[in-house]
Write a protein that binds this ligand. Structure first.
Ligand code: G4P
Length: 533
C-alpha cells in the first residue's frame, strides 16, 4: 500500500534554506544531513564540493568568489519521512534562479544569525517566499556566540516581516554563557555542552525536566529563575504556535541553536517532519481549463525548475531538474512536454543523495529527479504522461542589466550563437536578438552573472567574448492584438528584439521611455515578466 502516490507524497518534505550570506546556510545544510543520517562525517558536503570543483572548470568562479552559483538538491530518508533539501544560491545576483528553486519547495527554513537578525538578503528571499505562500520555519543560529536579546529578535521578525513568531524553544543565555534551551511545549531543558564539538554525534547531555533537581548541574538558581521568567514572559506575549496559521504563511515556528555545534538541529529536523507540509495540490491548466493537480492523482506530472549544463565536463549533457507534482514515476516511463508535444523516455533519471547520485527507480510528488537531456527540456516546461497539463507560475523576469556580447574571433560568430542559446535555455541569463543588426543582447539580474557567463563560454565552448555596454536599460515583453503589435513593431523596429522563444521584446533606453511608449500605445501591454511554458 505504501506504493500509493498519495501515501508516498504524504511522507515527503521538500524544503529550501534561505539566508543572508554567512548566517550559516552551508553549515546548517551539512548538520541537517548529519542529523538526518544522510552523511556520516562532518565536512563531507564541503569535501565533495571541493572535489567537484577541481573536476569542473566552470566551478572555478564559485571557488574564487566564495559563493555557491549552482543550486542542487539533496535527498535523505529519516524517521519514515523522505526529505528533499533544495539548495538555493546565496548571492543576490542569482535571485531569479533562487526564485525558481523556491517554486519547487513546499517550505523554507529561514536562518538568522543570532547577532545580526534580519539582514537585507533575508528580507529579499523572504519576500519571494511570501509571494509563493511558502510556509517558513525560523532557525536562529550561532547561539554559541554573543547574540541579540531573543525577545528583540522575535520583535524584529514581527515588525520587519509582518510574521507572527512562535518560539518552540527558549534559550538560556548566549555566547560564553549559553547553557541550552527550554522546550516550551514539554518544559524540558536541553543542555548545551560547548566541549561537544563532535557534530557526528549529537553529543549534548539528555534533556532534563525544568523543575527537576538535576537542573542545578546546568544552571545556577538565579539563571534558572531568569530562564523561567523570560520563558513565561515570551509565552504570555507571543501567540501559541498554530500549525494552520503557519501553513497559511502568517506564523513562523522559531527554533534556536548552533549549526556548527549541532545543537537544536535535530529539533529543527523533527519540527520539519512534524509541521512542514507535504506536497499540496498545484494550480495548472489542462487543455485550456483551469484545474488542480493533486499529489495522489494517478497521472505522473511535474515541472522543470532548473536546468544545469555540463555537470560532467566530459559530456555535453544538461540535467533538467523536474519537481514531481503527482503520480508514481518509474524509470523508463515516457513523459510528454506540454508546449512542444515531444515525448521523452526517461531512462536515466537521477536522484541526488548527499553521498552520491543514484538512478531513480521510482519517485513521487515532492521528489526532484534530474533528467539528462540534450537541450530538449527547458526551465518552465511542464511534463506529464498525457502531455496536456501546464503548470503556471514560473516567470522570466525582466533583466536589470542588458549588455551586448561579441566574440573576439569573428570566425566564431555562429558558434557564439549556439553557446548563448544553450546558456539561455538553462534560464541563467536571457538572450535577445535585435531585429536589426547582428549583435546579441544578453540580460541578467546582476553583474556577476556576466562574469560567470564569460567564464563558462571560455571553459565550456572555447569562446573568448567581450561584454559591452548596450544602450538599453529595460526589456519588456509586449503583447496585444496582432495589428497593434505590428504597428508598434514598425514604429520601434530598431528597439525590437526576439527572446529565445521568438517572443517580441521591446528594449527601452530608460524607465522614462518605457512609460512614454506605454502611454502612447495603450492597446499594447508591456510586461516585466513572461511565464515560460
Ligand atoms: P553561509 O552558507 O550562510 O554563507 O554560511 P556558512 O555556513 O558558510 O557559515 C559562515 C560562517 O559562520 C562560517 O565561519 C561558519 O563556520 C560559521 N558558523 C556557522 N554556524 C555557526 C554556529 O552555529 N556557531 C558559530 N560560532 N559559527 C557558525 P567561517 O569562519 O567563515 O568559515 P569556516 O572557516 O568555519 O569554514
Amino acid at each position: 500500500m505504501s506504493q500509493l502516490p498519495a501515501a508516498e507524497a504524504a511522507r515527503r518534505r521538500t524544503f529550501a534554506i534561505i539566508s543572508h550570506p554567512d548566517a550559516g546556510k552551508t553549515t546548517l545544510t551539512e548538520t541537517l544531513l548529519l542529523a538526518g543520517g544522510a552523511i556520516r562525517a562532518a565536512g563531507q558536503v564541503r569535501a565533495r564540493g571541493e572535489n567537484r570543483r577541481t573536476r569542473s572548470d566552470w566551478m572555478k568562479i564559485e571557488r574564487e568568489r566564495g559563493i555557491s552559483v549552482s543550486a542542487s538538491v539533496m535527498t535523505f530518508d529519516h524517521d519514515g519521512l523522505m526529505f528533499n533539501l533544495l539548495d538555493t544560491p546565496g548571492h543576490e545576483d542569482f535571485s531569479e534562479d533562487t526564485y525558481r528553486t523556491l517554486t519547487a519547495a513546499d517550505a523554507a527554513v529561514m536562518v538568522l544569525d543570532a547577532a545580526k537578525g534580519i539582514e537585507p538578503q533575508t528580507l529579499k528571499l523572504f519576500e519571494v517566499c511570501r509571494l509563493r505562500d511558502i510556509p517558513i520555519v525560523t532557525f536562529i543560529n550561532k547561539m554559541d556566540r554573543e547574540a541579540q536579546d531573543p525577545l528583540e529578535l522575535l520583535d524584529e521578525i514581527a515588525s520587519k516581516l509582518a510574521l507572527d513568531p512562535a518560539p518552540l524553544y527558549w534559550p538560556a543565555g548566549s555566547g560564553g554563557r549559553f547553557r541550552g534551551m527550554l522546550d516550551l511545549r514539554t518544559r524540558r531543558f536541553l543542555p548545551f555542552e560547548r566541549s561537544s564539538a563532535d557534530r557526528d554525534l549529537s553529543g549534548h547531555p539528555s534533556p532534563v525536566p525544568v523543575d527537576d533537581a538535576a537542573m542545578e548541574a546546568y544552571l545556577d538558581p538565579q539563571a534558572l529563575e531568569e530562564l523561567k521568567e523570560s520563558a513565561e514572559l515570551v509565552q504570555g506575549a507571543a501567540p501559541p504556535f498554530e500549525v494552520q496559521s503557519f501553513l497559511e504563511g502568517h506564523m513562523t515556528p522559531v527554533f534556536f541553536g548552533s549549526a556548527l555545534r549541532r545543537f537544536g538541529v535535530d529539533q529543527l529536523l523533527e519540527g520539519l517532519g512534524a509541521y512542514a507540509p507535504p506536497p499540496r495540490a498545484v494550480a495548472a491548466v489542462r487543455s485550456g481549463e483551469a484545474t488542480q493537480v493533486a499529489p495522489g492523482d494517478p497521472e505522473v506530472s511535474g515541472f522543470v525548475f532548473k536546468v544545469q549544463a555540463n555537470m560532467d565536463p566530459n559530456h555535453r549533457d544538461r540535467i533538467a531538474f523536474l519537481r514531481l507534482c503527482s503520480g508514481r514515476f518509474h524509470r523508463g516511463m515516457k513523459l510528454k512536454v506540454q508546449n512542444t508535444g515531444r515525448q521523452i523516455s526517461v531512462n536515466a533519471p537521477i536522484m541526488f543523495f548527499a553521498s552520491d547520485r543514484e538512478l531513480a527507480e521510482e519517485a513521487f510528488a515532492g521528489d526532484v529527479i534530474g533528467i539528462p537531456n540534450h537541450g530538449v527540456l527547458r526551465v518552465g516546461d511542464s511534463l506529464s504522461e498525457g502531455g496536456t497539463v501546464r503548470f503556471a507560475g514560473l516567470p522570466n523576469f525582466a533583466p536589470d542589466i542588458l549588455q551586448r556580447v561579441r566574440v573576439k574571433d569573428p570566425l566564431k560568430a555562429k558558434h557564439l550563437r549556439r553557446a548563448l542559446e544553450g546558456l539561455a535555455e538553462e534560464g541563467v541569463t536571457q538572450l535577445f536578438r535585435p531585429l536589426i543588426g547582428s549583435d546579441f543582447v544578453v540580460g541578467a539580474v546582476g553583474q556577476l552573472q556576466f562574469e560567470v557567463m564569460a567564464d563558462r563560454l571560455a571553459s565550456e565552448y572555447q569562446l573568448d567574448v567581450i561584454f559591452e555596454a548596450s544602450p538599453y536599460a529595460e526589456a519588456r515583453w509586449i503583447s496585444g492584438q496582432e495589428a497593434d503589435i505590428s504597428a508598434f513593431t514598425a514604429a520601434y523596429r530598431s528597439a525590437m528584439a526576439d527572446d529565445i522563444d521568438a517572443r517580441p521584446v521591446f528594449l527601452s533606453k530608460s524607465g522614462w521611455e518605457t512609460g512614454y511608449v506605454a502611454e502612447r500605445y495603450p492597446s499594447v501591454s508591456f510586461a516585466r515578466t513572461r511565464e515560460r511554458g
